[in-house]
Design a protein around this ligand. Sequence first.
Ligand code: IPE
Ligand code: IPE
Ligand code: MG
Length: 233
Amino acid sequence: MSAKLKHIAFIMDGNGRWATKRGLPRSAGHKKGAEVLQEIVKTAADMEIPCLTFYAFSTENWHRDKAEVDYLMNLLRQYLHSELKEIKERGARIRFIGERDMLDSDIVAQMNNIEAETAANEKFTLCIALSYGSRAEIVHAAKMMAASVASGKIQISDINENTFASQLYTAGIPDPDLVIRTSGEQRISNYLLWQIAYSEFYFSKTLWPDFSAKEFKEIIDDFNTRERRYGKL
Ligand code: IPE
Ligand code: IPE
Ligand code: MG
């Protein structure tokens, strides 16, 4: 593995299409997608990739049918309750980014518990974007900075890229080196807009439920051939 690869961010897309293609309800795609998530986290942990972020549910996803949202929230409850245990035991620090006040209180309580329980873990960080929208995150950070100025805690001149980033939900997490989106869509869908300023992108045509450890490793090989110049010569 390349020493420079510190953080990979995933947009797990295509669950619904995977199910529809098979004549199954969209929920079947989400169920299979959660299994693939688990497999990829384990593969990345074995490869000692220090940080992973997965886009699990966007602020815009709240506008889907109630039945699909309810299914996803129940799947999440199950994931938080069982699957994450295995990840915790592997020494992961687990963090959640997103708008918590839109989630049910029992889910938020579980999220808070998991974050507290794993806060001292250092082996790798698993970050789950849940009810997440990047514009909302940036507005939230701007409000936090404005409040600090208004209360006299900081001066306007103290606002810079570093202090601003420290108010984002991702504070302390390195920016993604690589963003992988499955399902053939080539867009960002309100994901980590600030953090991906210099990320590399890989768009795979594979639908997320068909994504595999093998393809993941091939993508990392591709990443390792890229030259990142950051505007320099
Ligand atoms: C990604 O799959 C999972 C979520 C957004 C929750 P989709 O549900 O977006 O599946 P497609 O894109 O409709 O196939
Ligand atoms: C992005 O996928 C959000 C997640 C993967 C959770 P969407 O399927 O919601 O995005 P669009 O609608 O194709 O942009
Ligand atoms: Mg989609």
